[in-house]
Design a protein around this ligand. Structure first.
Ligand code: ADP
Ligand code: MG
Length: 480
């Protein structure tokens, strides 16, 4: 596949190898190993070369520091490369374990193909979306809709009924009922699913309506690119004819001032013209970090609906519904086991189910039993138990910088102690699901100090290569 993709006489992987060699010479072995070696070649289309990056953090780093250079070098070797795009391929190992194929990063296919998963359950939403012709929204801003993410496939329970009702209302109303609709929840609880469901519904009712669905990150990338090419007028023009604008995960807009301003502008003008806006985030508007006050208040001025963590009944409902979609019935004991053990979020619950089903299909549709389920999920459950804690982060960071955990929690402000403390706070925010006040308590500080630390480290990462490398090393050690 990608490995054989020939553009302008040689394969893109060969070209990427050459780009890497040249960059290694320019930036040095250490920086190369840290930042560029983990990247892999993805797909090429319409002049855009997609490069896969393992984490969001690395992606930001690579874009800030190397993307222009990569683009220049590559374009020189191959004038057909007009853009180089970086795509986060988060948690590759998890995705492989669950048999998820990435349409943008087919280098993953090889690894997956060699894993013992039957072909028919590769079909994650992502693949299906890429294959479905009618899931494409008609403009260059949007990403395709996932055909699985419909209202019909959304299981409603106590924890999500309000968000569901709000989403349905927006999808079904001919006139605007609330604007914007702001959905928020922790990860994997159905925000993206509901947004796609709204889009599908509107599309079905009236195919002429111009719906744009994109992530906040994509919005930022597109805008920054427009700035770079001094083409912001064209960027703005794209939004003029939009009837429904959906922006997913706006928390990632935090801190990026010019994009926020542009978003604010786009947002206001669309609202004024009576177009529907739907936003999602991981926090309520007022709790969003790094977002300007006026934008926060704008985001919260329509209807704000949150999705709570799942309860047992909903988990059972979802398991049964997903099993049914895959054409089988789950023994109640197995469903109970899964719903008791995997409580974090729905994405992980689905992953576990997919694993169990894959296993039974591999064994010639062997009956799914409780024993078998327990056995298959042993590793997965162990890795859930092993999730990083704030204590562990404090310990690792203190060790790394040669200070004691007690010093880290003390009131000392010397840089040698304060910096590691800030880094530990930053990592606690990134790697655990603890709230700012909870993190603060572990450091004997209040939440504003944690927020400040997170922001500070984010800034430093952009400015200070050695600090960024330290943070990345720690993150990898903690995630291992
Ligand atoms: P978020 O955007 O909040 O991180 P997603 O919308 O991506 O979460 O949901 C994660 C996975 O869980 C998706 O595969 C989605 O289809 C599934 N899911 C979430 N909520 C429900 C639900 N209520 N019923 C069925 N599937 C759900
Ligand atoms: Mg989402």
């Amino acid at each position: 596949m990608t490995e054989d993709l020939v553009v302008n006489g040689s394969s893109v992987s060969d070209q990427w190898g050459q780009v890497c060699e040249q960059l290694k010479g320019e930036i040095g072995e250490t920086a190369f190993e840290s930042w560029l070696k983990p990247l892999t070649v993805g797909t090429f289309s319409d002049g855009t070369m997609n490069i896969c990056v393992p984490t969001r953090f690395m992606r930001n780093w690579v874009i800030t520091n190397y993307s222009d250079r990569i683009h220049k070098i590559w374009e020189k070797k191959n004038p057909k490369i007009k853009n180089v795009n970086f795509i986060v391929q988060a948690g590759q190992d998890v995705m492989q374990a669950h048999g998820i194929y990435s349409p943008t990063c087919p280098s993953l296919i090889k690894k997956i193909a060699s894993s013992p998963m039957p072909q028919n359950i590769y079909q994650s939403g992502a693949v299906a979306a890429a294959n479905a012709n009618d899931g494409t929204l008609n403009d260059s801003l949007s990403v395709p809709l996932n055909p699985q993410y419909t209202f019909e496939n959304f299981v409603v329970g106590k924890t999500n009924e309000f968000a569901y009702a709000a989403a349905r209302k927006v999808a079904e109303s001919r006139s605007i009922s609330f604007n914007p609709l702001f959905l928020y929840s922790g990860v994997g609880l159905g925000k993206t699913h509901l947004m796609h469901a709204i889009a599908w519904h509107i599309k079905q009712q009236d195919p002429t309506r111009n719906i744009v669905y994109l992530s906040a990150e994509r919005f930022m990338c597109k805008f920054v690119r427009a700035l770079r090419y001094k083409d912001t007028a064209a960027f703005k023009e794209q939004f003029r004819s939009v009837d429904v604008l959906m922006v997913d995960d706006v928390q990632f807009m935090g801190g990026k001032d010019i994009t926020q301003e542009e978003f604010f502008y786009t947002f206001n003008s669309l609202i004024e013209e009576g177009r529907q806006i739907i936003i999602s985030a991981d926090k309520s508007p007022s709790d969003l970090e790094g977002i300007e006050a006026r934008l926060k208040s704008r985001l919260g001025c329509g209807l704000v609906a949150d999705i709570h963590p799942t309860d047992f009944d909903l988990r059972i409902g979802i398991l049964n519904s997903k099993a049914k979609q895959m054409g089988l019935e789950l023994p109640p004991k197995v469903a109970e086991f899964l719903a008791t053990k995997i409580t974090s979020n729905i994405r992980e619950l689905e992953g576990a189910l997919r694993r169990v089903i894959a296993h039974s299909q591999l064994l010639n549709n062997h009956e799914i039993t409780l024993d078998m389920t327990q056995d298959i999920l042993k590793d997965m459950l162990r890795s859930f138990d092993k999730r990083t804690t704030i204590d562990e982060i404090q310990k690792k960071v203190a060790e790394h910088f040669n200070i004691s955990v007690r010093e880290m929690q003390s009131s000392r402000r010397a840089r040698t102690v304060a910096r590691p403390r800030q880094i530990a706070m930053y990592l606690a925010k990134q790697l655990t699901s603890r709230s700012l006040p909870e993190i603060g308590r572990k450091f004997d500080r209040d939440h504003t100090t944690v927020m400040h630390a997170v922001r500070k480290v984010e800034e430093l990462i952009m400015e200070d290569v050695s600090l960024a490398e330290n943070v990345e090393t720690l993150r990898r050690a903690l995630e291992a």
